[in-house]
Design a protein around this ligand. Structure first.
Ligand code: TYD
Length: 202
């Protein structure tokens, strides 16, 4: 399995503070050599996925797994996508990637489909896992106007367990894995994240 140098992924359950930290990184690092991005992407396909997650309209979990993988394929291989940018020396930090599919779709449609849909995608060199008690995470996002269908306590508890179970497999495949205590204040988490990025020379 290929590991992409300069490719960093933030993972964690809903409300774990990844997006806030990415916004802070974007404010702090204004260099053109850093691309901060997210999945689902902001492409028409990614927007369609978000619409599905936020609406009453339901599709089969397998359909959603395939849509996430299709969005990821474009994100990686399209011109100016992750692979092109990493190969010209840019650093890419992505909010969610393969592990999100293995964790979320693994729960909703079983292990085998997300594994087979994602098995050929390259791996990041660093995965930062934002770990937090789901009750605290859900309290944080309690004020959000639009919630998605995954934002429930029992589901988020299973999500956390699956992350913890799957992360060591990625360490074995050669990714560097770091767990951040996401229950700390935004400022404390920011310091930890900044140290990690300094260590990765960003
Ligand atoms: P996101 O907008 O990042 O939500 P949040 O900021 O609340 O984490 O992602 C939307 C949802 O999509 C999120 O609940 C996780 C889910 N998701 C999957 O189920 N599979 C995937 O492969 C990805 C990338 C996201």
């Amino acid at each position: 399995m290929t590991i992409l140098p300069n490719f960093i992924v933030f993972e964690g359950g809903d409300g774990s503070g990844r997006t806030t930290q990415l916004q802070l990184i974007a404010e702090y690092h204004t260099t053109k050599k850093l691309w901060i991005t997210a999945e689902p992407t902001d492409s028409p396909l990614g927007c369609f996925i978000r619409e599905l997650l936020h609406s009453e309209l339901t599709v089969q979990p397998e359909t959603l797994a395939m849509l996430f993988a299709a969005d990821r394929h474009e994100h990686l291989y399209a011109p100016n996508g992750i692979i092109e940018r990493c190969s010209r020396g840019e650093t890419v930090i992505c909010d969610r990637y393969i592990l999100s599919s293995l964790v979320y779709q693994g729960l909703t449609c079983g292990e085998s489909l997300p594994v087979s849909l994602n098995k050929n995608f390259p791996l990041p060199s660093l995965i930062v896992f934002f770990d937090i008690d789901p009750a605290q995470a859900l309290a944080r996002i309690g004020n959000r106007l639009v919630k998605d269908s995954y934002e429930q306590y029992a589901f988020q508890t299973q999500i956390r367990e699956r992350y913890r179970r799957l992360l060591p497999h990625y360490a074995k495949k050669g990714c560097c894995i770091t767990t951040v205590n996401a229950a700390e204040t935004v400022e404390e988490v920011q310091k930890t994240v900044q140290k990690l990025l300094n260590h990765a020379s960003i």
